[in-house]
Each structure stands twice: as structure tokens, then as C-alpha cells.
Design a protein around this ligand. Sequence first.
Ligand code: MN
Length: 498
Amino acid sequence: MLAAKNYKFWFCTGSQDLYGDECLRNVADHAKIIVAKLNESGVLPYEVVWKPTLITNELIRKTFNEANMDDACAGVITWMHTFSPAKSWILGLQEYRKPLLHLHTQFNEELPYDTIDMDFMNENQSAHGDREYGHIVSRMGIERKVVVGHWSDRTVQERISEWMRTAIGVIESSHIRVMRVADNMRNVAVTEGDKVEAQLKFGWEIDTYPVNEIAESVAAVSEADTNALVEEYYGKYEILLEGRVPEEFKRHVAVQAQIEIGFERFLEEKNYQAIVTHFGDLGALKQLPGLAIQRLMEKGYGFGAEGDWKVAAMVRLMKIMTAGMEGAKGTSMLEDYTYNFVKGKEGILQAHMLEICPTIADGPISIKCQPLSMGDREDPARLVFTSKEGRGIATSLIDLGSRFRLIINDVDCKKVEKPMPKLPVATNFWTPQPNLYTGAEAWILAGGAHHTAFTYDLSAEQMGDWAAAMGIEAVYIDKDTTIRDFKKDLMLGNVVYR
Ligand code: MN
């Protein structure tokens, strides 16, 4: 489900024919060395491919158009080794439609004090040439990332790596298809939105199916297939009967196993990568999908509850952006539920009725079967766990009527002080930066939702860059946030993005 595609990034070096063949040979050799070393570094999640040095308007235009046409190319990295007159780049840049990185580097790390002469300076003048190139990209108003530093520096390589994941988010956003098997919860505002505008801005296809069509797919799952999956659950998770009869408990778990298989077959058959449900619109389903949805999220599907298709698409997007990441700590839908206001221990308990992704779990995962306080179905089985500690980002994409805004909050995930044995759902607990009071105040001023798309594995900068590429507003709530400045950010957004 989440197999990362074999994307590549093109490395295009700019120069011109003013400096003679020897210089151009060196330019090409240097670029090839940089590309090889970047690939050998083990830091980059995707391969960089060297392309012949760009020295004429025609070649620049041709190369950018080839990048557009190549499905495997997820973006272009540009670097001006020498001076490359930037008017040569206008037509190519005008026609280019994929993510762009300007790597502002140079081949040598240190000034060659003893040997430096004018020939060396003319050959190694990216400080000069990259400014000419940067000027035209700015003048043309093209969204791009600029990374500055020596290419061998691990920090520079990590920044390229982070940009690559953002670029994958930009490229893959238009391949996200969300299946709604329920509408938005009655009267709820923040989970609503303009689905046509979402397709225009993000490329998302958001379609509705009658819930009983997917319920039929669930009913069609054989007992043998269901029982095999139940056995897998029983081998993998702790079973917490809490006084229930084992056979009855297992029958409840089997309902979720059948839903998992039936939903996945339906989603695969119809090519959807995200789904929304609603506890009040379950048709022939015997339980609210809990464990089943948790397992689908773990496999890489996006999910939003109560018809929240924006969160479903955002969770899917984050899962694609972090696909194949070594040491990834997880991505899930979460919901701000309840506070701890004790001084020095402030934080927000994150949970949902059931549907939290086990990729964020820390320690053992259990299955519990408990009544839901809402809805009119059987007691659903669900996975219960607590989550990892560490930094993460909570994001909320809201529709303000005339436009979208992405709110991004750096949060510090922590363990709660004591276990909560009576709480039958998975949880996370975090303190928003800069602290609970300012963080929550800013979040509310920005109009942020109670549902969030959360991840440990992306930065605010990456999601902000994604928003910029989509042409929407992003606001950041982090260690530097003050309410006075944040209100100015919102006012500025109201002017720029209306
Ligand atoms: Mn909810």
C-alpha cells in the first residue's frame, strides 16, 4: 500500500560557453562527483541523477520539459557552477511544473589560498552565478527551496533530503483519492469544506459511496479469511478481556477483522488511498470500524472521522511523504480531547473514539472491547496503546470560505504521569509550543480544528513548503510564537490570500 515509488531527482548544473572547453569539462566532472557523493551519503531518500550541463536557452528549455514529461522525475535540483546568464533560463522555468531546489553550493570547500588565480575564480563562481539565477526565479515568482552550504556537509544533505520528501508530497498530492462512505457529521463546521476547490488546489479526488456498498464488500469476506486475520491479531496484540467471555470477545474482534478485509478490498478495487467514516452512518456494519481502521492507517491509508475528508487526505499525504523513512515514529489522525491544566504539567490528551494509528504507539498494543458512548451498534473492538515521546507536528487544514489555511503547531509529546486504566482508547499527550496557553490561544485564533493530522517524522518547514507549493496560506505556532505577532501573521494572510 505504501511502497515508495522509484522517484528520482535531476541534478542540473548551469554554465555558459564563455570559459572554454576545459572549464566546461571541469564543471561536468565536478557535478558528477557531487551527484555520486550525494547518492553515496546514504542521507538522501531518493536518487539524484546527473544531467548534462545547461549552457543554452534551448537545452535548458528542453531539459525542463523532459523533466515535466518523465513520471519518475519528482523534481529538479539546480546549481550554477559558473555564471549562467539568467535570461537563458526564463523559457525553461516558465514551462517547468515540478518542485525546484536551488542548491547554492560550490565544488571546493575552502579558498585555495596558495593557488587561487583568475581562472580558478571564473570557474568556481557560484556565489556570483547563483545570485543571477536566483534573481530570475524570484522575479518570475516561482516557488522553490534554496539550500545553502557545502554539498559534503551533512546538514546540507539533510536539508536536501527533507526537501525531497516535501517534493514527493507535492507530486503525490494529486494522486490522493478519498472515499467517503459517510457525509460530514450534522451541524459540524470545521470538518466541512469545498471539495471542488480542494481538487483545484491539491489535486485530491473526493468521492462518496453509499455505506451499504462497502458493507456488502465486508459481508462478502469469507469466514476462513476473517478467522485467519483474527488469529494474526491474537498473535500480535495483547488481549484484554476485562471480564468479557473469551468467545464473545473473539466474535467482536472478528467483526473488525471482516471489516478490515472488506474495506481494504473495496478501497483497492476502486483505487482509493484514504477513507472517512461516521459513527452515525454505519448502514449494515455491525460495529463502528475501530481496530479495522487503525490497521488500515498502519498500512498507509489516510483516515478522517465523522466525514472529515481533509484530515483523511492530509494523513495519507504525510504517510506518503514519510514512506520508507528509517526510524520513522509514526503518523496518525488525532483529536484534541481533554486538558491537564496543572502548572508545569500542562498538556492536551489526544485520542479519538477509536481510530488512532498504531504507528505512533510506544510499547505493547492491546485489543479491548468496550461500549461506545455514541451510536447504536455493538461494542467495537479497538487497539489501545500510548504513544512515543518526542517532537511532532500537529496540522489542521481549514476552509475559510474563500480559501484554505494550513495551521502547523510544533508539539512535544510526553508520557502522562499515571496510567489511565479506565480509558479504553489509544492516546497521545502533548504540550503545544511555545506552551499550552499561547499554543492553544493561537490555534483557536487561527481557526484550527479539533481533528489533526499528526506526525513525528516531518517538520513544520516541510509542511509549510508543501502549502506554499499548493498556493495556500500556512501559519506556524512554535517556540517563537507570541500572540501579538501571530495576529499580525493572520492579518497578513487575510491580505495576501483572499
Ligand atoms: Mn472526532
